[in-house]
Design a protein around this ligand. Structure first.
Ligand SMILES: Cc1cc2nc3c(=O)[nH]c(=O)nc-3n(C[C@H](O)[C@H](O)[C@H](O)COP(=O)(O)OP(=O)(O)OC[C@H]3O[C@@H](n4cnc5c(N)ncnc54)[C@H](O)[C@@H]3O)c2cc1C
Length: 305
């Protein structure tokens, strides 16, 4: 195949290959057959992970293996599945994409696939996920102690910055000038200084004699304060979406019987069988109007139940 292809290129009609390229081919499941907990929908207790689900890559396989393993264990214990939201982890994005949209090509977890990249940062991975890991018994005491100490330090630093007044005295203005930043007109708090692009927690703390913390704590404080406005905007979006994620759809619904949604939506919903209204809203072909109808139907269903 490689010879036939290469020799179509003008000038390479007689090309010889020293070492051919490799190619791999494998069968996989259609991942839309899986629940967000990676359970095969029609075979209770069977979980699937890795490239068998249509992905490629070490991290993709490891992430799914972890989640399928966790969920298989929870299922055996009769507990609720462990599902990470798109706004909580790249694992959430990966699995939601697979089980909601399926994939035509080996799926790779590119960061650009996440709509919440401002929240899914490396520096806050522990803050996002350690409590969840602890709740399902996967975070041991030593790691938990480190985490709670870091969290307490971040909270303490943030509180201290919010409660440390900075007055426009002569000394302060001189100090600000020496730091290469604009003078202040009214009394502010140390927090407002850290917000300035040219300043950081470390600079402000040294200048005003505040307590210093470990670099990871100071980095977390810097990022939270500098990007506060953008982060808040994204959190507001997450809150809106979360409400839809919490609306769980009944497993037994036959969507062809639901009047008022489009034929395409009926077919897609029956095929994918989404876990929640949130997941339903991400299926291509399910419009916002269809989602409104589903919301009303679900409310009626829950009331009757
Ligand atoms: C040459 C090559 C280079 C690659 N380079 C990279 C790279 O640089 N970076 C990257 O991220 N990814 C890379 N990949 C992709 C990555 O290796 C795979 O996507 C990943 O390892 C898949 O992990 P998995 O656990 O899903 O499957 P596998 O690692 O294939 O594990 C499946 C396991 O199941 C076993 N098995 C199969 N059938 C049965 C059965 N009936 N009973 C019991 N056991 C069975 C197999 O022996 C195997 O051990 C590369 C792949 C190849 C082939």
């Amino acid at each position: 195949v490689q010879y036939a292809f290469l020799r179509t290129i003008p000038g390479l009609e007689n090309v010889e290959i020293m070492r051919p390229a490799y190619a791999i081919e494998y069968d996989c499941l259609n991942p839309t057959q899986l629940t967000p907990a990676l359970q095969v929908k029609h075979i209770e207790g069977l979980y699937s992970a890795g490239q068998a689900n249509g992905t490629s890559g070490y991290e993709e396989a490891a992430a799914q293996g972890l989640m399928a393993g966790i969920n298989a264990a929870l299922w055996l214990q009769g507990k609720e599945p462990f599902i990470l939201a798109r706004s909580e982890a790249y694992i959430g994005v990966l699995i939601d994409d697979l089980v909601t949209k399926g994939t035509n090509e080996p799926y790779r977890m590119m960061t650009s696939r996440s709509e919440y990249r401002l929240l899914l940062r490396q520096d806050n991975a522990d803050m996002r996920l350690t409590e969840k890991g602890r709740a399902i018994g996967l975070v041991k005491d030593d790691r938990w102690a480190k985490f709670t100490a870091k969290k307490a330090a971040i909270d303490e630093a943030m509180d201290m910055l919010r409660n440390t007044p900075v007055n426009p005295s002569k000394e302060t203005q001189a100090l600000l000038e020496s730091l290469g930043t604009a003078p202040i007109r009214t009394g502010i708090h140390a927090y407002d200084l850290v917000k300035r692009n040219e300043l950081s927690y470390a600079i402000v703390a040294d200048a005003f004699g505040l307590k210093r913390y470990t670099p990871d704590v100071e980095e977390a404080v810097d990022i939270s304060i500098t990007y506060e406005g953008y982060i808040k905007k994204q959190m507001d979006q997450v809150d809106k979406v979360r409400k839809l994620e919490e609306k769980i759809l009944p497993k037994e619904w036959d969507y062809t019987q639901i009047k008022g949604i489009s034929l395409e939506a009926q077919q897609k919903l029956n095929k994918i069988r989404p876990h929640s209204i949130g997941q339903a809203s991400r299926i291509s072909g399910v419009s916002p109007a269809d989602v409104s109808v589903l919301l009303i139907q679900l409310e009626q269903y829950n009331r009757n139940k």
